[in-house]
Each structure stands twice: as structure tokens, then as C-alpha cells.
Design a binder for this molecule. Structure first.
Ligand SMILES: *Cc1c(COP(=O)(O)O)cnc(C)c1O
Length: 426
């Protein structure tokens, strides 16, 4: 073999996996076990003291989950990854490793509705403050930074669809203030955008969506970019200060460029507990094997459907960066040249009522709160995912009363167009 790096499609199938050493099983086995037998007392002691890598208990590590972790780290180009129970758990455990009570982080205002809720409400219980910035205006992120700011958070392709974030511009600001840039890469997946190549430091995923890809498992992933230097930085005590439970070990010093991933695992997963089931890890691994094929087809189908909607008389606007006329088209060409993803929004001339009517008339599209399934999905955010937000927050998040969001699946696009056309004619 030459020393050329394997391509993305090859990594999607092979990274992290090997035939099972005992049985020869070629597919990654589901290690459905809570615990692992120690070789002897010394082995147990070294595992508990973090002097040796190995499995103790599936809340912290599991061999099936480890294959998934290695695979996403390879696909994103990160140093290590941690699999967790959901995308929300990925966001929470990331913040838990970075934030102390009284700290603040700056977040883009165009985010998954659940993330907006998590940041605005639940994080208050920990004394963590969110400052909102305008996704389209990098300067607004810098303006929100204070001495207590510990991170910048954004999505690559942002909810509820059709928005491309200028990750490199946010990275310049994060680096100027020496804080990590966290990118939620759920909507793009590493097939479309690899945030570390644009200066991100940490990537989080809801694996529930396109990585799993079949609408059957909730899961989340945290990927350490290995780029941020935590050592000696008192602003990040979880990483830079001696840990009493590990005999004074400093995680960033002992584990170097994957110290953040270790902190998430041995402090976050260990103490807070949102572990991913190995069965879900197995299903998500199966999904990732076809990720390149699926994301390309998702994007191609979405462009076909968006092009159809853009000329439909019942539609007032379509927000899909793959359309040449779109305001994000230039950013899309720069960040996601293979396609702009599956999820986008459009506006109905008939407003809120027309949105409610459309979701009840569609036959092939499923009306539900998810994205990234093989099946095409539809939702009216104002009456569902974004209903907890105020009207101003809804509009700021791109979820006004006339907005409908589609997640385009892998069906024949002609059938999707026929279903939409029939429902729009009502
Ligand atoms: C779904 C989603 C989440 C939350 O993930 P869960 O797996 O549902 O907890 C976070 N971010 C984005 C962009 C999402 O689409």
C-alpha cells in the first residue's frame, strides 16, 4: 500500500472497524454488556486510574461505541470522539467541560429550536449564560464577547434550513479571543462540510439525523479537533487543573490533543451519564457506511424539489442555498460545493393557515419533528418545533408563520413533486 490517505467513502465503511479478533465477525458486533472483566487487580487499578485504556463499564466506554467514535473522528478529521445518548447530550457535555457557573458563551441565533431552548432555559440552572449573535453578521459575535465568554457555538448548515454559516469568519474571531469554536455539523455531516478545515475546534452531532440516516435511533457525537491548547489555561479548569479523583492528573497535559475528548468521557459521561446504547451505535454505524451516497442523493433531490417550488404560484419564496438566486449561494459554493443538504424552508402565500393545511394534505411526506430520514419529512415550525419561542424569536430563527420546512428523502423526486403540487393546489 502507498502512504496515500484513504478517501472519505473508504473511511465511511472501514474507519475504526476490524474483523472481530475472537470470532472473525466482519460486521461490528453489538457488545450488549454493561461491564467488562478485569485481567487482574493491577489491571483494574490502572483502568480506574486512567493509566491504561480499556473498558470498565458501558456508561464510560463500550467497544461498539468505540468503532463509531473512531469512525466519526476519521470522517471529521478530528483527534478523538465521544458517543453519547443524543445530540442534546453532545451539546450539554461539551458545555459541561468548558463552562463554570457565571460563565457565558456566544451562540448563533439560527439554531435547532431545541438548542435555543436548552441554551435559554436549562443552562440557567447551571449558571451558564447564552448571548445571541446574528448568524449572518460575524461582527455581532465579537461584540457579544466578554471576559467570561468560554466558547462560540454555531451550526454549519443552520436550522430550520437554508442558511450557510461563514465558519472561517467565526473562527478568526474565536482565535482572536482565544476561545474554542463549536460547530454543530448535524445538517451538513462531514460529507458536505468538514468544520475543522475551516477553523472549528469542536464538532458536535445529532447522529439521530443524517449519520444514522434511517430515522430509527437517537444518538449524539462530540468530536475533538485537537486544535485548542487548554494546558495552563485557568479559564478551563476541568481541562487545565489537577483532578482530585485521578490523583491530581491534569487531563490536558496527560492526554494532549485529545484531552478535551477525555474530559468529556471521564468527567461528563462518567458523572452525568447520558451513554449511547451499543445497539444504537451499531445502527448509526450501519447508516454511516452509506453516508456519502445518501447525502449526495439527499442534496440532489432537494435541489430538484426546491427548483420546482421556486416557480410554484402558491409559494412566495424558497430558501435553499443550492439555488443560484439564493442569498447564501456564494457561501454554499465555498463551503458545500457537492450540494447544500436536504433541509430547506419555503414560504406560503397563504400564511399560517396554508402551512397547517399543507402538512395535513401531503401523502408521501410524513408530518413529524425530525430531519435526515430516508423518507421525506415536513413540518410547520411555527405550530410545532418553534412554538415555545416568542414571535420575534421565531422570525429571528427563520420560523415565521408562513414557513414550511422540508427534509428531502431518497424517494424518486418526481413523486415528491407530484405530492407537493397536489397538496399546494389543495
Ligand atoms: C436534532 C438536532 C439536535 C438535537 O439532537 P437530538 O439527537 O434530537 O438530541 C441538535 N442540533 C441539530 C442541528 C439537530 O438537528
Amino acid at each position: 500500500m502507498s502512504d496515500r490517505q484513504p478517501g472519505f467513502e473508504t473511511l465511511a465503511i472501514h474507519a475504526g472497524a476490524a474483523p472481530d479478533a475472537t470470532t472473525g465477525a466482519r460486521a461490528t458486533p453489538i457488545y450488549q454488556t454493561t461491564s467488562f472483566v478485569f485481567d487482574d487487580v493491577d489491571h483494574a487499578a490502572s483502568l480506574f486510574g486512567l493509566q491504561a485504556f480499556g473498558n470498565i463499564y458501558s456508561r464510560i466506554t463500550n467497544p461498539t461505541n468505540a468503532v463509531l467514535e473512531e469512525r466519526i473522528a476519521a470522517l471529521e478529521g478530528g483527534s478523538a470522539a465521544v458517543a453519547v445518548a443524543s445530540g442534546h447530550a453532545a451539546e450539554f457535555l461539551t458545555m459541561h467541560a468548558l463552562m463554570q457557573p457565571g460563565d457565558q458563551f456566544v451562540a448563533a441565533n439560527k439554531l435547532y429550536g431545541g438548542s435555543i431552548n436548552q441554551f435559554n432555559h436549562s443552562y440557567k440552572n447551571f449558571g451558564w449564560e447564552v448571548a445571541w449573535a446574528d448568524t449572518d453578521d460575524p461582527a455581532s459575535f465579537e461584540a457579544a464577547i466578554t471576559p467570561r465568554t468560554k466558547a462560540i457555538f454555531c451550526e454549519s448548515i443552520a436550522n430550520p434550513g437554508g442558511v450557510i454559516t461563514d465558519i472561517a469568519a467565526l473562527s478568526v474571531i474565536a482565535k482572536r479571543h482565544n476561545i474554542p469554536l463549536i460547530v454543530d455539523n448535524t445538517m451538513a455531516t462531514p460529507y458536505l462540510i468538514r468544520p475543522f478545515e475551516h477553523g472549528a475546534d469542536i464538532v458536535v452531532h445529532s447522529a439521530t439525523k443524517f449519520l444514522g440516516g434511517h430515522g430509527n435511533s437517537i444518538g449524539g457525537l462530540i468530536v475533538d479537533g485537537g486544535s485548542f491548547n487548554w494546558a495552563g489555561d485557568a479559564r478551563y479548569p476541568m481541562l487545565s487543573q489537577p483532578r482530585p479523583e485521578y490523583s491530581g492528573m491534569v487531563l490536558s497535559e496527560t492526554f494532549g490533543n485529545f484531552g478535551f475528548a477525555i474530559a468529556v468521557r471521564v468527567l461528563g459521561l462518567r458523572d452525568l451519564g447520558p451513554a449511547l446504547s451499543p445497539f444504537n451505535a451499531f445502527l448509526i454505524l450501519n447508516g454511516i457506511e452509506t453516508l456519502p451516497l445518501r447525502m449526495q442523493r439527499h442534496s440532489d433531490n432537494a435541489l430538484t424539489v426546491a427548483t420546482f417550488l421556486a416557480q410554484h404560484p402558491a409559494v412566495s419564496w424558497v430558501s435553499y442555498p443550492g439555488l443560484p438566486s439564493d442569498r447564501y449561494h456564494q457561501l454554499a459554493e465555498r463551503y458545500t460545493p457537492k450540494g447544500a443538504g436536504a433541509v430547506f424552508t419555503f414560504g406560503l402565500k397563504g400564511g399560517y393557515d396554508a402551512g397547517v393545511r399543507l402538512v395535513s394534505s401531503l401523502q408521501l411526506f410524513s408530518h413529524l419533528a425530525n430531519i435526515g430520514d430516508t423518507r421525506s419529512l415536513v413540518i410547520h415550525p411555527a405550530s410545532t418545533t418553534h412554538r415555545q419561542l416568542t414571535d420575534a424569536q421565531k422570525s429571528a430563527a427563520g420560523a415565521g408563520p408562513e414557513v414550511v420546512r422540508l427534509s428531502i428523502g431518497l424517494e424518486d423526486p418526481a413523486d415528491l413533486i407530484e405530492d407537493l403540487d397536489a397538496a399546494l393546489r389543495g
